[in-house]
Structures are given as structure tokens and as C-alpha cells.
Design a protein around this ligand. Structure first.
Ligand code: ADP
Ligand code: ZN
Length: 755
């Protein structure tokens, strides 16, 4: 008797309830997510990565919300007949809810299309392809590495090398041939021969090679009492499994890094992921070494210099929760963490955290938002916290932990000013007699010195002695900077470069073009002349390119293979040089009078950080700052070592002016290929501007960089009280404004650059 046919019980396939369509956000500058149909055979859920048709292309996007059925109200917007099918679902963990809400939040805050923010979270399309299978080898059936010496099954001769390979294959999990060879210390030929002889058998491993993980259980150094209190406090925040923001405020060398390492150890022990943001990834080699020593394995790195393969692997490892610690630049914030449990922002005051193009955002501020959305702790660390963070701590929004002494009793360096009005350097020279003498003494004592000048190249300006013509960039309103090493004049804004001409382009006079002012290359010349015996090296972003070069440089200094370091702001950050006892600031006034909101704050932070390089070990350090304005509040605070007094005065000035962090700013930058069109658009903006007791619109005015990359630029500044919904105002205002010609309006919420 035939068995009865399987019957379909009514209701088991809840057809009317089944989700039929989904909103898919694409990593493109579109207004929002698009609707797609979910094919019956392809169930998808919120956060899934999917392939969809878009015009004639196919794009990878993310299911942005819970899919809906056609009877849902909000499904009616696009008629069924116009919907296209989702084509494919990628075999990846879905983008977590918190990551999607974060993208929405950042898009909303910065007034960017959400797709452009999503693009930062999806930066590698190759990551969506399944990882290629790896062929690995283990001992073949019945083979043991301890067959009698000289013999082996299959008649292969068992040399000591071959034997070592077999021992390694027997000891652990299967390894690719190259790994086996590496671990045995033999050539791959040896392994191949064993494979050919049938002594090793192939197995196919899916996915990515496993990497070693940082180990939170490894013991750290014995902490001082202050450090212990701070570390305990952070560990309590991690145990609380809730949002909290902590400002870790400690003088340079006080052990902030050791303290937040304890927090990382704790998060690791709880199996959660950790993100550490650093301002300049080219300089993190020393940090990576330290991390490796502390945790026994390297963290995953995320920055623009990774190879495509490494990006793909890292992105997947983060999404799958295999990468436990990620250290990176700004963009690491947008990675699809499976289970982020702690964020650390080191050198939180650093302006490098502000991204100035594309989606304009401040990574430190957005990191706080990310922590808030994720319900996790964030630690902001600095020896010179931003005024924003100080005020947040004072008003109780952040908890503040202070470390007031250098570790091991090292003293903070003595800071003194050299008044350039009294101690003039010789003509066309930049080192004053007192600074030269201090250099001499330092070298005589077998110690190291650092000269700080925040100017790349040889000279910031080239001028014709015959007619006064100044060499200017054709695309920007900026002087060309001479870089003598590469024999070029360069624009630091657009990258334009040209050989230094022999004759003046204006008057034709030959050999009259003269360098004006110093850059680090020129200072190098002066130092070489003064101290011909000394080993001198320049560190600037164009002479030290990439993490490897930076690591080598830092090591050369640490090992005292260099006597005098000459550097731009990249030497100011984080390094620990035990023999460095003198820091000379060549032009302390540079940046003091930038006229922008944060000129004083930034100058103070930078000079304080540079000063912090001196005397970090047993030998005391001293810092000499050349300045023509020793009475300037920044100089006075530095010399008196009165950091808190300086910030209090600065905060008071901002409060009175209702400037951030006590008021809010948004900048509008209008640009156009044609100056008249830029003006017309800027005037139209001003005419329609919202004005009230709480809202002021300043401008338009020519931007200080009135021409940039061939575009004419005008600026307006929206200034409001703290509680005002700036984004709402801008959303109502900007669409009313007609754009003349190719004019564009760029919005910069909480601007840091006023160029
Ligand atoms: P910061 O981050 O505040 O500048 P670091 O964490 O870099 O300070 O510490 C400065 C130096 O002192 C580093 O070389 C660090 O390894 C060392 N150090 C700090 N705390 C300790 C400690 N408790 N035990 C041993 N060495 C420490
Ligand atoms: Zn230029």
C-alpha cells in the first residue's frame, strides 16, 4: 500500500505574514534606503549584507530595518510592480543594530547622506567574497615521526630536516605547507618531498588562517597607587556593562597607557572587543610593540596603509568577532564590530581626529556617541585634554581620573622662554645664542636634543630679490614651500609641485629667487654647520613615510644613534626617548595668533606635548621656547607649568563669547569654479539665513584660503546657543538656496579648521 501523500497543514507556512520587502541602504550618496522585494527562496533579516540591482549595476548594501510584509503601511510607498528582487545574501554576520543606528546618527548629525557614512563601514568589497579555502597538511594515516632513523614508510629517506617537519605536523593542528616549512626552519621543498612520498596528507581548511589573540590574562606591570586607583575605576566601569565616559588626564609619562591597558585586559577577559583610536597611525609602531609585549600578540590594525588583502581579512575578523582588539585611525570607528565592549581614544585632544573631507566628523566625539549607543564605556586619554572634554568633566558628563606624577619619579621638565627680541639669532639663522649654548652643553654631556619647528620643507616662502614677486600656487591662495631635498616648490594644500625656476616668472631676473624663513630642512643645514660632529636627523611627515619608516626612526633615536632630532609636530606625540634631555622650540609663536577659536588652546597643547618629550627617564629635562611674545598667556602658562590655570582662563573667555563648548558653531563653505558664482551663492545663503536671539549668522566672507584646488571659497558661520537644534535649522534653510553654476555648499558641524 502506498503511503499517504504528505499533506500541507494550513497555517504552517505563514504566507500572509511573511516579509516581502526590505529597505536596503547602499554605500552611495543617495537620499536614503531603497525598497527591494525579498524572493521566497532567499530569507533575509535586518542587517544582512545583500546584492541588489541598481540601474544596470549591481551593488552590495545592507538590509536597514526589519523587513515588512506588503500589507504593512509603510510598505505602500513603492508599488509592488516596481520592486526589484534582492539577488543574493552574503554569508556574513549581519551588521549589528547598534552599527546601523550609529550610521544613521552620524549621517543625521553631519548632514551627510547615510550611504556615504555606510561606505565607511563597508570599505572593502572583496571582504564579501567567501574566503578562499586553505590547504593544510597533517601526518598521513599510520605515519609517526619516530620511525627508525633513516627509514620511513614509503621508502623515503628520513633526514633530520624531514623528521622535524613530521614532528611539527604530528604536534599540532594541520598547517599550510609554507607554515610547516617555516616552523621547522626548512625550505618548502622538504615539505613537498614529504607530500609526494605520501607521508603528509592534505586537508582543506575553510576560511581565514587563525591568528594569535592578545591575552588579557597576562600580568601587567605593578602599578603605582595612583595608577591602581585609576585602573580599578576603569575596571569597575567595564564590569558595569553600561555607557560611561572617563577622561584619563595625566601628565606625560604618568602611565596613562599602562592604566588603559589594564582596562583592555579586563575587556579581553570578558571576551569582548576593544577599539583603540590613535591620532596618527604612522607613529604607532612604538605603541604596537608595547601592546605586543603586554598582551603577547599584535592587535588588528585599521588605517589607510593596509594592503587590500589585510583589509579584507581584518574587516571579516572584526565582523565575525575574531579580532579582539583593533587599533586604528578615525575610520576604525565604523567597522562592523560583533561585540564591542570598550573604546579608548588616546591623545583625545588631537585635531587629527577631525576628518575634514567627505563626511566631516570628529572621531573623538563620534566615538562617545558610539559608546553611548552601544551601552559601553569609553576612555579619553590625554596629558592636555581638549577644552571640550575638560568642561564635560567639570559639568559631570564625564568622570575624570588624574595621574599627577611621572612614573618612577621622573621630573617634569623645566620650561623657560628665550626672548627673541633680546637674544637675536644671526641674520638668516634661527637659533638664538642661548639655545645654541644649551645644545652644546647637551651634546657635551652625551645626551640628546630635539629641535621642534612645525614647518615642513626648506623655506615657507620664495621671493624674487629683484621685483618682490612671491612664488604662489596657481590653484590655491597659498605660497609655495621649497623642498630642497627633492628640489621642488610644493603647495601644501593641493599637492601642486614644480621645480624651482632659475629665473623669476614675473620679471625674468636670473638667480634672484631667495628662500625666506625656515623649515626643518633649513634648520638641519644650520645645525650641521654649528655641530659638524653631531648625528642629526629630520622627522617630518614627508621625510618619514609610513609606519615602518617611523618605527625605524624612533628606534634610532631611542638607541641613541641620533644626537639631534629636528621635527615637525609628528615628533610631539607619544614617544619615549630616555636620553633626550633638551627640547628647543624654534618658533613658539607659530600658530599663536592664527585668529581661530582654538589657536591658543592648540598652541598650548602642542608645546606642552613637545615639552613632555624631555627628561622622561632618570635625567632631568629642560625646554627652551624661542618667542617674541614671552608675555603671551600661552607662554606664561607654559613657563609657570600652570596648565589648569591656562584652561580655566581659556574656558572663561569662551564662556563670555558663547563659543564652543559653551555655544555651538556650524561652518558653511561655499565653493565654485567661478568667483562670481561663489559670491552669488554665499549672498543668497546670507539673505535667507535664520536669525533670532539664539542664532547668529556671520559672513559671508572670503575664506582665508579663498582659492583652493582651483575653486573660489567663501565662508559663513552659524553661531547658536548650546541647546539649539543646529541640524534642524540647516535642513530648513539650505534647500531654499539656489546654487549658482557649479557652486557647492559644504557643511562643517563643530568646525575646527577655519581655512
Ligand atoms: P603616558 O601614556 O602617560 O605618557 P606611559 O604609560 O607611556 O605614560 O608611561 C611612561 C613610561 O613609564 C613607559 O615607559 C611605561 O612603560 C613606564 N611605566 C608607567 N607605569 C609603569 C609601571 N607601573 N611599571 C613599570 N613601568 C611603568
Ligand atoms: Zn595649491
Amino acid at each position: 500500500m502506498p503511503s499517504p501523500p504528505a499533506t500541507q497543514l494550513p497555517g504552517t507556512q505563514s504566507a500572509p505574514e511573511r516579509a516581502r520587502r526590505a529597505k536596503v541602504l547602499l554605500p552611495l550618496p543617495l537620499d536614503g534606503a531603497y525598497d527591494y522585494r525579498i524572493p521566497a527562496e532567499l530569507p533575509v533579516g535586518a542587517g544582512d549584507f545583500v546584492l541588489v540591482p541598481l540601474g544596470r549595476r549591481h551593488e552590495i548594501g545592507v538590509i536597514w530595518d526589519r523587513p515588512v510584509s506588503d500589507d504593512d503601511d509603510d510598505a505602500r510607498a513603492v508599488p509592488e510592480s516596481r520592486l526589484k528582487d534582492i539577488e543574493h545574501r552574503f554569508d556574513l554576520p549581519p551588521l549589528p543594530e547598534v552599527a546601523r543606528r550609529f550610521v544613521d546618527w552620524v549621517a543625521n548629525y553631519t548632514l551627510s547622506p547615510p550611504g556615504t557614512v555606510l561606505r565607511m563601514a563597508m570599505s572593502v568589497s572583496a571582504a564579501f567574497e567567501p574566503p578562499r579555502a586553505v590547504v593544510a597538511y597533517r601526518l598521513a594515516e599510520g605515519v609517526t615521526p619516530d620511525a627508525a632513523p633513516g627509514t620511513a614508510p614509503g621508502g623515503a629517506k628520513l633526514t633530520p630536516q624531514r623528521r622535524r617537519v613530521l614532528e611539527i605536523a604530528a604536534a599540532g593542528s594541520p598547517l599550510p605547507a609554507s607554515e610547516l616549512a617555516r616552523e621547522a626552519g626548512v625550505g618548502t621543498g622538504v615539505v613537498r618531498a614529504l607530500i609526494d612520498a605520501g607521508l603528509l596528507a592534505a586537508v582543506t581548511l575553510p576560511g581565514e588562517p587563525a591568528t594569535e589573540q592578545p591575552d588579557g590574562a597576562r600580568p601587567g606591570p605593578v602599578l603605582s597607587e595612583d595608577q591602581r586607583i585609576a585602573a580599578d575605576e576603569l575596571q569597575a566601569r567595564i564590569a558595569a556593562r553600561a555607557y560611561s565616559a572617563t577622561l584619563l588626564d595625566g601628565v606625560t609619562g604618568s602611565g596613562k597607557t599602562e592604566v588603559y591597558f589594564e582596562a583592555i585586559a579586563d575587556a579581553l577577559e570578558r571576551g569582548r572587543q576593544v577599539l583603540v583610536l590613535l591620532p596618527e597611525i604612522a607613529l604607532t609602531a612604538a605603541w604596537l610593540d608595547r601592546f605586543h609585549r603586554r598582551f603577547g600578540a599584535a592587535p588588528a590594525e585599521w588605517h589607510s596603509e593596509l594592503s587590500a588583502k589585510r583589509r579584507r581579512q581584518t574587516w571579516r575578523a572584526v565582523a565575525e568577532g575574531r579580532a579582539k582588539v583593533v587599533v586604528g585611525a578615525r575610520s576604525a570607528l565604523f567597522l562592523p564590530y560583533a561585540d564591542l565592549g570598550l573604546v579608548v581614544v588616546d591623545e583625545e585632544h588631537d585635531q587629527a581626529f577631525k576628518q575634514e573631507d567627505g563626511v566631516i566628523y570628529h572621531a573623538r566625539d563620534m566615538a562617545v556617541v558610539r559608546a553611548h549607543l552601544g551601552g559601553i564605556p569609553i576612555v579619553l586619554s590625554s596629558a592636555t585634554p581638549s577644552l571640550e572634554s575638560i568642561v564635560n568633566a567639570e559639568q559631570g558628563r564625564y568622570r575624570r581620573l588624574q595621574l599627577s606624577a611621572r612614573h618612577g619619579g621622573a621630573l617634569l621638565p623645566e620650561i623657560a622662554a628665550i626672548d627673541l627680541r633680546r637674544h637675536k639669532p644671526p641674520r638668516q639663522r634661527w637659533l638664538s645664542p642661548p639655545l645654541r649654548q644649551a645644545l652644546e652643553e647637551t651634546l657635551a654631556g652625551g645626551e640628546q636634543a630635539m629641535l621642534f619647528l612645525n614647518r615642513r620643507g626648506y623655506a615657507p616662502l620664495t621671493l624674487c630679490r629683484a621685483c618682490g614677486h612671491r612664488m604662489q600656487c596657481p590653484n590655491c591662495q597659498a605660497w609655495l614651500v621649497e623642498h630642497r631635498l627633492v628640489r621642488r616648490l610644493q603647495c601644501h594644500h593641493c599637492g601642486h609641485a614644480t621645480p624651482l625656476p632659475r629665473t623669476c616668472p614675473a620679471c625674468g631676473a636670473a638667480d634672484e629667487l631667495a628662500a625666506c624663513g625656515p623649515g626643518v630642512e633649513r634648520l638641519n643645514e644650520e645645525v650641521a654647520e654649528l655641530f659638524p660632529e653631531a648625528r642629526v636627523a629630520v622627522m617630518a611627515s614627508d621625510t618619514i613615510t609610513g609606519p615602518r619608516a617611523a618605527a625605524e626612526f624612533v628606534q634610532a633615536v631611542a638607541e641613541h644613534r641620533i644626537d639631534i632630532v629636528i621635527g615637525t609636530q609628528i615628533v610631539a606625540k607619544g614617544h619615549h626617548f630616555p636620553m633626550l634631555t633638551l627640547v628647543g622650540v624654534v618658533d613658539g609663536d607659530l600658530g599663536l595668533d592664527g585668529g581661530d577659536l582654538r589657536a591658543a588652546e592648540r598652541s598650548f597643547q602642542l608645546l606642552y606635548q613637545v615639552a613632555g618629550r624631555a627628561g622622561r627617564a632618570e635625567r632631568p629635562g629642560r625646554v627652551l621656547i624661542q618667542t617674541a611674545q614671552p608675555e603671551h598667556p600661552v607662554m606664561r602658562a607654559l613657563i609657570a607649568g600652570d596648565r589648569d590655570g591656562f584652561f580655566a582662563a581659556e574656558a572663561e573667555a569662551r564662556r563670555r563669547a558663547a563659543m564652543p563648548p559653551f555655544g555651538r558653531l556650524a561652518a558653511l563653505i561655499v565653493s565654485a569654479g567661478d568667483g562670481a558664482q561663489a559670491d552669488a551663492t554665499a549672498r543668497a545663503l546670507a539673505r535667507t539665513a535664520p536669525r533670532s536671539a539664539e542664532v547668529q549668522v556671520l559672513g559671508p566672507a572670503d575664506a582665508p584660503l579663498a582659492l583652493l584646488r582651483g575653486r573660489h571659497r567663501r565662508r559663513l558661520l552659524l553661531k547658536t546657543r548650546r541647546g539649539v537644534d543646529v541640524q534642524g535649522l540647516l535642513r530648513a534653510w539650505l534647500p531654499q538656496v539656489p546654487l549658482a553654476g557649479d557652486a557647492r555648499v559644504q557643511v562643517d558641524i563643530d568646525p575646527y579648521s577655519f581655512l
